[in-house]
Design a protein around this ligand. Structure first.
Ligand SMILES: Nc1ncnc2c1ncn2[C@@H]1O[C@H](COP(=O)(O)OP(=O)(O)OP(=O)(O)O)[C@@H](O)[C@H]1O
Ligand SMILES: [Mg+2]
Length: 152
């Protein structure tokens, strides 16, 4: 499955995040890619808000902390959203020591900024959200995921 969105503001990117949350077949691991300041964290805010995971203001760019965790709802079931930013990690060994594979359950949505830098994350990912700047405030947002990962 692939969808392409275009955004012309911060608020629109949050709304697209919310829409993506509604389109995803199940909570999985998605890589968020795009340049610094593209809007990856902004889009995560929209996803988190749509899942009623936390007040959106609680989601800030995870500059200091590697993982932010939120408890929300997915079709009436409790879901955990893990938002990771691997920008500061340098090698596969550091990524591997996080033990991300152990966090991957059917009730966990894992969103990984800069995940494309690491082979391990690429292997674990079920899809991606790519954000490209097409102007000062305009963005092209492409979301793709593997259909075989639909819930049974
Ligand atoms: N259409 C847009 N969508 C998202 N953000 C936008 C848009 N237009 C302008 N912005 C601004 O771009 C910035 C995006 O910041 P954000 O932290 O979401 O980026 P990021 O991709 O997570 O960056 P980083 O790689 O540093 O974590 C914000 O300051 C936001 O207001
Ligand atoms: Mg960010």
């Amino acid at each position: 499955m692939k969808r392409v969105f275009s955004s012309s503001s911060d608020a629109e990117t949050r709304a697209i995040g919310a829409e993506i949350a509604g389109l995803l077949p199940a909570p999985r691991l998605l890589i968020l890619s795009g340049d610094l300041g593209a809007g990856k964290t902004t889009l995560v805010k929209g996803i988190v808000q749509a899942l009623q995971a936390e007040d959106e203001d609680a989601v800030t760019s995870p500059t200091f902390s590697l993982v932010h965790s939120y408890e929300g709802w997915w079709d009436g079931r409790a879901v955990t959203v893990l938002h990771l930013d691997l920008y500061r990690l340098e090698d596969e060994r550091q990524v591997s020591s996080l033990g991300i594979h152990d966090w991957m359950t059917e009730d966990t949505l894992i969103l990984v900024e800069w995940g494309e830098k690491f082979r391990l994350i690429q292997e674990l990912a079920d899809g991606s959200i790519q954000i490209a700047s097409t102007g000062p405030e305009s963005r092209s947002i492409t979301v793709e995921w593997n259909e075989p990962n639909k819930p049974a």
